[in-house]
Design a protein around this ligand. Structure first.
Ligand SMILES: [Zn+2]
Length: 239
């Protein structure tokens, strides 16, 4: 007992470098400070602008140059209003459900949803495609809303496993069903543009809930994506 506790603790003794290069996720919820929303967006942008100017100046850049002068302000605005806007619950998409009047009982697949996210370990882009499926239990969701939910969770500092799970959980909650499946295939620029500099690899993550845990439903979904359960998708999951 004592030994297993010790080895468990030992596994947690990762350095910050280990966590960054191995892309380890620590929790399903995005780790946020209790005071995350005490500042207004305007106050956050002013602070980020100030600190980003400091970073640029520390690197030796001349901020009096016409091309660089506005960069701290542009970055601050981009962080708060665009690429990290999904941190703020006020930007969570409101979703109206419709009655499944047609009695459509098969899976609905929304595939090739392009998203741009950012790796939370290096703050460089993750570019990928999300494929989402669900089976209605009486309610249906507008197709553009599936897209918006993916974009909302992508616009955070992320790790791909958490992005996959957060989208799955949101859809399960909204649709009131466990019959949700997600496959995400993404390129991480922290792998291609730095570190091991592998430009060809991509990372596949998947979530299969409810009926999608059954081999037949899983395979039907993967067939729509031109994948099979013998391909890399499940190999990644089983490893
Ligand atoms: Zn990274």
């Amino acid at each position: 007992m004592r030994n297993s506790k010790n080895s468990f603790q030992k596994n947690l003794l990762l350095t910050d470098d280990d966590i960054g290069d191995d892309h380890i996720m620590t929790s399903l919820a995005t780790p946020m400070r209790p005071d995350a929303f005490e500042l207004s967006d305007e106050e956050k942008m002013a602070k980020i602008e100030h600190h980003f100017r400091e970073i640029m100046e520390t690197m030796g850049l001349d901020l009096t140059d016409d091309s660089l002068r506005g960069t701290p302000k542009r970055v601050a605005k981009m962080y708060v209003q665009e690429i990290f806007s999904g941190l703020n619950p006020k930007n969570r998409p409101s979703v109206a459900l419709f009655e499944n009047k047609y009695g459509y009982a098969e899976m609905l697949v929304e595939k090739d949803i392009t998203f741009y996210s950012n790796c939370e370990h290096h703050f460089v882009p993750i570019i990928g495609k999300a494929h989402v499926a669900y089976i209605s239990n009486g309610s249906v969701i507008g197709l553009s809303k599936i897209n918006r939910i993916v974009q909302y969770f992508a616009k955070r500092p992320q790790v791909q496993e958490r992005l996959t799970m957060q989208i799955a959980q949101e859809l399960c909650d909204i649709l009131g069903t466990d019959d949700v499946a997600i496959v995400i295939d993404a390129h991480h620029l922290c792998v291609s543009s730095r570190g091991v500099q592998d430009v060809n690899s991509s990372t596949v993550t998947a979530y299969y809930g409810g009926n999608f845990m059954k081999e037949a439903k899983k395979n039907e979904f993967l067939q729509y994506l031109n994948l099979s359960s013998n391909s890399n998708v499940t190999e990644v999951l089983q490893s």
